[in-house]
Design a protein around this ligand. Structure first.
Ligand code: LLP
Length: 428
């Protein structure tokens, strides 16, 4: 469920709202393209997941929002206030989580290539857990922690060798992917880490992919993780936390509907039944943020070729929303003020000078005219997060809505801002 619905418009017809705020009002005031997020949807998705986990009997689960999905500090603050932690993969993300008021004891630091400086920063900040992805990383964290006179709380990230995820570029849990260590390696590293002065292993972690719409691969991975916990404990090692990652899909309105949080939670409770006390951690990104955001764009031109194709040229481009170009991702496109009339097939494109700047082809949409607004749905995760200034287009702004109020939480920079970041070279 999300809070982007048609309501009565001031122009006399229906129009798309975010909560109690018309998207057209925001587009008028802030300009387009613009990302718009719903506080109520963010809070709801977080709460539904957390409550489902608790209802299934998981005690005090840590739900750490994957900051990479939407790193906007106001978005993170909204989730932090609802009780979320943060799953981070860089010093920048640690800093964002802290700036948003996420307590360090709710921050989990993942990622295959953390630098020495990043590890030191995370240790100084007191993050809850550093997920180690390899033996060299274990040695590095041990050394950095010892140098700082600290003992790093760590988990070993396991690659359970399970195929999952909607697209090859976002699947992470197969042995051939760069993430984590094998189950056997994890056992060896855990024992090794227990004897090191700079680290204290508290658990094991896995994350097998993103946009997963079937519980079966998750269940297969979680069964392997449970067995690993039991083997470690049988060796006399203490395992306090089991981090099951993120990956649960969001509905994109064209693909299979992902499992409900309650079914996900029930599956976990079933797989983990009888496992003595352990804290579960989760790293959801997409299922919380995707349907909490839209990208609003304006139609620049409707370019109808005499031989038939009709191009809808928008003022948003692949630099603002990369997912269609990068993953062939589907995003529902809805007119903000739908006109009456038969749907027609449009190729929806942006103004960037490459063919990849095509959001979709032959999409059936209600009639649209130059100047109309459209909303790309399900754009709150990996939307603004992956935006860039390609073609020297200004970074897309972000707006957070709460009821009938809204705030510009990342303003559109000016061209002067953009140029001021650069320097000349002394010989020029
Ligand atoms: N934890 C780890 C260690 C991850 O690598 C990821 C995502 C997550 C959690 C969150 O996964 P989620 O719950 O959002 O599926 N840019 C791609 C998605 C890349 C996901 C990378 N890892 C896209 O736009 O589809």
């Amino acid at each position: 469920m999300n809070h982007f619905e048609l309501g009565d418009g001031e122009h006399g017809g229906p129009e798309l709202y975010c909560e109690d705020t018309p998207l057209a009002k925001i587009a008028e005031a802030v300009g387009t393209p613009v990302y718009v997020y719903s506080s109520a949807t963010l809070e709801r998705h977080f709460t539904v997941l957390r409550d489902a986990l608790v209802a299934a009997g998981l005690k005090d689960p840590l739900v750490a929002f994957a900051v990479k999905a939407n790193p906007n500090v106001a978005v993170l603050r909204t989730l932090a206030k609802a009780g979320a932690g943060a799953d981070v993969v860089s010093e920048g993300e640690v800093r964002r989580a802290l700036a948003a008021g996420v307590p360090p004891e709710r921050i989990v630091f993942s990622g295959v290539g953390k630098s020495e400086a990043e590890i030191a920063f995370a240790l100084q900040a007191g993050v809850a857990e550093i997920n180690l992805e390899s033996e060299p990383e274990l040695r590095l964290v041990d050394a950095v922690a010892e140098r700082l006179g600290k003992r790093a709380t760590v988990a070993i990230r396991v690659n359970p060798d399970v195929e999952a995820g909607g697209h090859a570029k976002i699947s992470t849990g197969k042995a051939e992917n760069k993430f984590g260590v094998s189950l056997a390696e994890a056992e060896r590293l855990y024992a090794q880490a227990s004897n090191m002065a700079g680290v204290r292993p508290v658990g094991v972690a896995c994350h097998i992919g993103s946009q997963i719409t079937d519980l079966a691969p998750l269940e297969a991975a979680f069964r392997k993780m449970r067995a690993l916990v039991e083997r470690l404990r049988a060796e006399g090692l203490s395992v306090e936390r089991l981090d099951l990652g993120g990956g649960l899909g969001a509905p994109y309105f064209n693909a299979p509907t992902p499992p409900a949080p309650a079914d996900y939670a029930a599956m976990i409770a079933r797989v983990m039944a009888g496992l003595p006390t352990i804290q579960f951690a989760f790293e959801p990104g997409r299922m919380i943020a995707a349907n909490a955001g839209v990208l609003v764009a304006r139609v620049q031109h409707v370019h109808a070729r005499p031989e038939g194709r009709k191009f809808l040229v928008l003022d948003a481009a692949m630099n603002d929303l990369l997912r269609p170009a990068m993953y062939d991702a589907y995003h529902d496109i809805r007119p903000v003020r739908p006109r009456e009339g038969e749907p027609q097939p449009y190729d929806v494109v942006g103004p960037i000078c490459e063919t990849g700047d095509t959001f979709t082809r032959d999409r059936l949409l209600p009639p649209l005219e130059a100047g109309d607004l459209v909303a790309f749905m399900t754009a709150g995760a990996y939307g603004a997060a992956m935006s860039s200034e390609y073609n020297s287009r200004l970074l897309v702004p972000e707006v957070l809505v709460k009821g009938a109020d809204y705030a510009v939480v990342r303003p559109r920079p000016t061209y002067d801002d953009m140029l001021a970041r650069e320097r000349s070279a002394p010989w020029l």
